[in-house]
Design a protein around this ligand. Structure first.
Ligand SMILES: [Zn+2]
Length: 104
């Protein structure tokens, strides 16, 4: 029997307008089928980017970070040459995305 993955996250409970509180929750995910990337649930080699549009990746990433994944996140685990290749190609196609810069 495959084990589920539990991801810590938070939710905001709004009891009434202006009455919101945060609560800790655990998102439970079924494991990806064998041969499928356990992070994004797409079929790809481990050295290739995750699919930033996959529902599993988006839900998991958002639960862990509080924001949706970007291409910069999806290629973060790749080697230098692979990251450079994907960054260049995505920029050429106007598809590159990266996390917002935190304001000070
Ligand atoms: Zn993946």
């Amino acid at each position: 029997m495959r084990k589920t993955t539990q991801i810590p996250s938070t939710v905001t409970i709004v009891a009434a307008p202006g009455d919101a509180t945060g609560a800790s929750v655990r998102v439970m995910l079924m494991p990806a089928p064998p041969g499928i990337c356990p992070v994004c649930a797409a079929r790809h080699e481990s050295w290739l980017p995750h699919d930033p549009d996959s529902l599993r990746y988006r839900m998991t990433f958002h639960a862990m970070t509080g924001r949706p994944p970007t291409w910069a996140d999806a290629i973060a685990h790749c080697g230098d040459a692979m990251r450079a290749l994907w960054t260049a190609e995505l920029n050429k196609r106007g598809r590159w995305s990266e996390p917002p810069v935190a304001s000070v």
